[in-house]
Design a protein around this ligand. Structure first.
Ligand SMILES: *Cc1c(COP(=O)(O)O)cnc(C)c1O
Length: 477
């Protein structure tokens, strides 16, 4: 038996490369990353697909490959097709980030592989995550008894918030059909998914009309709540957006909080896009009253410029989250007995998870907060600048002056179908590929949108887009 065991041990020895081999791997991977970053300023932001990804459809085999070959495959199959979110030219959807120290944080977290789910397993990892949650809770103005969880993104954070709302408001199966939820058409679609996943799809969903600036019309909201109450229904959940994905609009949070209080509703704020603008004065000017929410979602992989994989849910009383996620498991008894504070797993849908705090903590500690504040203010000013430049040029129609960093716009040609013209304009921007913008439908119209949130997006990219749009309009007209 020992011979067999030893034989197997030899057969899997490659899983632990020797130091010299490891150094070679690391140098090759770092070389690849450096070369990517050096080429990045000249790389396109959008490249049309020509099936490059199909190179990945090879069968997995028993034998090893050489790392340089795999890196080459990665380059040719992945990095030259689709959107390039590492590029400062990414001005569409809501751009992500990818600050470099986050990659080092992931690397170190993965090499050390500390178990961040329970404090008993790694008091340090749990505490590091907790320190980030505390910092965000203070940023939004939550009291000391608040708490939260680092998630993989905004969608899962919204799901966690919705479940916490359901449990705390004690919405049981028999109540669902008479329970009412209020949101606008511009609430992110992940809220719908969250409601479905939380078993709340049968709640009465009230789509509240928006004002001319795409914010929830609070008078209509109150009337709807009153109407629902008079029909014997139970209004219980109010969803606000602090920065909608479509237009960047911030709902009137203070008034919504008043209404939530008056009628005993849970106020959830989806601030996945806009929340971190609290770090700069320009953002604080439009983000009022977040501290009055019961739950808030933030997306560090948006506003803190982290690579994809970082969201956060915050609740005004940590016990709400803990009760919603409470669990019993005999095999966890040692951990439960040892922990005084809540562990991440006590507040999360997850048990095992990546030590995802490090990718967030490292850049914030290494760079300090000041450059993040500056970058966020810069994004707001870039959006304002873009809006003003288009307003000065003939033929352009712009949406509301940006509260945050999204601008909606379209070109109105002297003749012809406006929607069709803007569709062609968008296609031409994509064919150019240097910068990337996206589109949406607003009141039945095809609308272009600029979203500035990448830490690599500066005046140069926005000026390039302005020049490109003007040139393409001349060519298409
Ligand atoms: C991006 C976004 C989400 C979804 O977050 P993911 O991190 O993509 O899962 C939800 N709400 C708003 C307002 C967003 O901008």
């Amino acid at each position: 038996m020992q011979d067999r065991i030893k034989q197997l041990e030899r057969a899997c020895a490659i899983l632990e490369p020797a130091a010299s081999e490891r150094r070679k791997f690391t140098a090759q991977a770092v070389g690849f990353a450096d070369s990517f970053l050096e080429r990045l300023p000249d790389m396109d932001t959008f490249e049309l697909g020509h099936g490059k990804a199909r190179q990945l459809d090879r069968p997995f085999t028993e034998s090893p490959s050489a790392l340089p070959d795999l890196l080459e495959l990665l380059d040719s199959a992945i990095l030259h097709e689709g959107i390039n979110p590492a590029s400062g030219g990414h001005l569409g959807y809501i751009p992500g980030g990818g600050v470099y120290p986050s990659a080092l944080g992931d690397y170190l977290a993965d090499v050390c592989n500390r178990y961040s789910g329970v404090a008993y397993a790694s008091p340090g990892a749990a505490r590091l995550e907790q320190s980030l949650v505390r910092w965000m809770a203070e940023l939004v103005g939550f009291p000391p008894e608040s708490g939260g969880d680092l998630t993989s993104g905004g969608s899962i954070a919204n799901l966690s918030a919705v479940i916490t709302a359901r449990e705390t408001m004690q919405i049981r199966a028999r109540d669902i059909e008479r329970s009412c939820i209020y949101l606008t058409e511009d609430a992110h679609h992940c809220i719908d998914k969250a409601l479905r996943a939380a078993g709340l799809a049968e709640c009465k969903k009230r789509t509240v009309a928006m004002d001319a600036n795409f914010r929830m019309d609070v008078r209509k909201l109150e009337n709807m709540i009153l109407a629902d109450r008079s029909m014997g229904l139970r209004p219980w959940l109010l969803i606000a957006s602090a920065g909608t994905t479509d237009t960047g609009a911030v709902d009137p949070i203070e008034t919504m909080a008043d209404i939530a209080e008056r009628y005993d509703l849970w106020l959830h704020i989806d601030a996945a896009y806009g929340g971190f603008f609290l770090l700069c004065e320009e953002g604080r000017d439009v983000l009022h009253g977040l501290q009055r929410a019961h739950s808030i979602v933030l997306d560090p992989h948006k506003g803190m410029f982290l690579p994809y994989g970082s969201g956060a849910v915050l609740v005004r009383d940590v016990n709400w989250l803990a009760r919603a996620q409470a669990y019993e498991a005999d095999y966890m008894q040692d951990a439960k007995a040892a922990d005084e504070d809540f562990s991440p797993a006590d507040l999360s849908l997850e048990l095992s998870r990546p030590f995802r705090g490090l990718r967030f903590w490292l850049p914030v500690r290494l760079f300090g907060l000041a450059p993040f504040r500056a970058a966020l203010a810069e994004k707001i000013w870039l959006a304002r600048y873009f809006h003003e430049q288009l307003d000065k040029a003939a033929g352009w129609e712009t949406g509301p002056y940006p509260e945050l960093s999204v601008v909606t716009f379209r070109y109105v040609p002297e003749q012809g179908d406006v929607d069709a013209f803007n569709r062609r304009l968008l296609e031409a921007v994509h064919a150019d590929g240097k910068v990337f913008i996206s589109s949406t439908m607003i009141e039945g119209k095809f609308i272009l949108r600029l979203a500035v949130l990448h830490f690599r997006s500066h005046l140069a990219q926005v000026d390039y887009l302005l020049g490109l749009l003007k040139r393409l309009v001349r060519e298409l007209a």
